[in-house]
Ligand binder design. Structure first.
Ligand SMILES: Nc1ncnc2c1ncn2[C@@H]1O[C@H](COP(=O)(O)OP(=O)(O)O)[C@@H](O)[C@H]1O
Ligand SMILES: [Mg+2]
Length: 258
């Protein structure tokens, strides 16, 4: 079985990376796919989407989290935590990830550490998908995430500043061509608000990037997302037929076809 590794990047914070990673991972698992999530951000948002705060902080404090695995260049198999959902596992993060740039700095082949730590899991074929949530930066750690990935999904907020810096990010990904085969699978427009006109504006700009695919699925603003996150649940578990839950399901179907 081939494992497909997909990361969620955008150096702009608040664009919906963690929300998309968590809910798409849940929908893929609910569709019967085996999914491993990797929380690559010191904000711990992906971990908090599935576990209560005290559990996340406990995982962040013990040594079985991504920070120590990267620091020790350890195989990540032993760091896998099961969520309460079938087919859906997580590698938790730590607030210590704030120091990861510093740790990587002195390592040999410092861009490839995450890829090597994930190699056994990937080669074993035990997962259909590995989804990696990235922080809103473009440093060595994000290069690690890109080098470990086959595909990149770029969530973009439908807002006046949502596209700011996007061209730089595409250039950044393209500049890693010799290091990684990771390609931009698509841009996902998030937080679409029908009362405002930014969706059309966003689409017009994205259409001008001829080589970039834009997902047909979009995610509308839905207050249930925040309620669900507060309850550490995927939105579809929190409120089954809320609009965003149906949209994440559509997105999962679109992704499985690509
Ligand atoms: N579709 C949405 N509707 C309403 N709120 C959303 C939506 N998507 C994300 N949010 C909220 O916006 C904020 C940023 O989203 P997040 O996924 O954390 O972005 P990022 O990981 O890119 O920083 C969070 O507070 C989240 O609850
Ligand atoms: Mg995030």
């Amino acid at each position: 079985m081939n494992t497909r590794t997909i990361c969620f990047t955008n150096n702009k914070g608040g664009s919906g990376k963690s929300t998309t990673c968590a809910n798409l991972a849940y929908e893929l698992s609910a569709a019967g796919k085996k999914v491993l999530m990797v929380d690559g951000d010191m904000q711990l948002n992906l971990s908090l989407s599935f576990f209560e705060e005290d559990e996340v902080l406990a995982m962040a404090e013990n040594k079985k989290n991504l920070y120590y695995a990267i620091k020790d260049k350890d195989d990540l198999t032993d760091y896998i935590v099961k969520t309460e959902y079938d087919n859906l596992d997580l590698i938790p993060s730590s607030t210590l990830m704030s120091q990861i740039e510093y740790e990587l700095f002195t390592m040999m082949q410092r861009e490839l550490v995450l890829k090597k730590c994930l190699k056994k899991i990937k080669d074993s074929g035990r997962y259909d998908y590995i989804l990696i949530d990235a922080p809103p930066t473009l440093g060595t750690w994000v290069i690690n995430i890109l080098c470990a990935s086959d595909d990149v999904i770029v969530p973009v907020e439908a807002s006046p500043w949502g596209l700011f810096g996007l061209a730089n990010m595409f250039e950044f990904i393209a500049s890693l061509e010799e290091m990684t085969d990771a390609k931009v699978l698509g841009v996902l427009i998030t937080k679409v608000d029908e009362r405002k006109n930014y969706y059309r504006q966003t689409m017009e700009v994205l259409d001008s990037y001829e080589s970039i695919n834009v997902f047909k699925s979009v995610i509308h603003v839905d207050s249930m997302i925040e309620w669900a996150q507060d309850a550490s649940k995927p939105v579809a578990v929190f409120k089954k037929s809320t609009r965003s839950a149906l949209e994440f399901r559509e997105l999962a179907k679109e992704l499985m076809r690509l």
